[in-house]
Design a protein around this ligand. Structure first.
Ligand code: SAM
Length: 233
């Protein structure tokens, strides 16, 4: 009898954001596959859970997938978590999930924390349709091209960005979308210094450019001007 792969979201900051079902499944499973074993050990011990861990991160996932599939085929119950949020969303997971499905092994995905949805809902930008781009390409030209493709989609654009690139990225957004386009930077969600910086790109740029330590994790959300007036509830 084959086992089961559980894909389990973990908090993106506030530890209270783990679900009761996630905790039960973590307690009952045979093995936890995680990105950084030290980080996950801390999380599990916070909840009084002691489990065998196996590392599963971007550089070893190709090789780990086969091992995990073998264990699932032997009937093991395995949980996949990432350092924070939902596995597979700009985190390792896709390759294992795809292989598990192709092998006909059971899989259950738990709903839970992810920065993309929390940021979108809190941004105040239209939520009826959105396009999530993960991390954009880093080179300026490629980033501009990628962003330009979404101008006329009629949807809110959402992507992840690191603190040391945020200023440059907002400057690029100004060039691509124009200074009066609405933007929101969702920073440090669910954490002590949570902040939604909302306004036009010009206003937000003015807000952040004089801050000398714009630290933390960011989600960037943009609603292109060409969409204005088309939003619905
Ligand atoms: N799997 C995660 C999820 O479901 O949201 C995303 C992991 S990705 C490697 C990390 C990026 O997600 C960060 O660079 C940041 O852009 C975004 N992120 C994660 N936690 C966040 C938070 N608490 N506040 C704002 N952005 C966050």
């Amino acid at each position: 009898m084959s086992g089961i792969l559980y894909v389990v979201p973990t908090p993106i900051g506030n530890l209270e954001d783990i679900t009761l079902r996630a905790l039960r499944i973590l307690k009952e499973c045979d093995l936890v596959a995680c990105e950084d074993t030290r980080q996950s050990l801390k999380l599990l011990s916070h909840f009084g859970i002691s489990k065998n861990l196996i590392s599963f991160y971007s550089y070893n996932q190709q090789y780990r997938v086969g091992q995990i599939i073998d264990k699932l085929s032997d009937g093991k119950k395995i949980v996949l978590i990432s350092d924070a949020g939902t596995p597979g969303i700009s985190d390792p997971g896709y390759i294992l999930i795809k292989e598990t499905i192709e092998k006909g092994i059971k899989i259950e995905v738990l709903p839970g924390a992810s920065a993309v949805v929390t940021a979108l809902v809190g941004s105040g930008l239209p939520t009826n349709g959105f396009v999530f781009c993960g991390f954009l390409k880093r080179k300026t030209g490629k980033m501009k091209k990628e962003l330009s493709e979404f101008i006329n989609l009629g949807k809110t654009i959402v992507f992840y960005e690191s603190p040391h690139r945020i200023l440059k990225t907002v400057e690029i957004c100004l060039e691509v979308f124009g200074e009066n386009t609405k933007i929101c930077l969702a920073r440090e969600l669910t954490k002590k210094f949570e902040e939604f910086i909302r306004g036009t790109i010009k206003e937000v740029l003015e807000n952040i450019k004089d801050r000398n330590n714009l630290l933390g994790e960011f989600v960037v959300l943009i609603y292109p001007q060409s969409n204005e007036g088309k939003e619905s509830d």
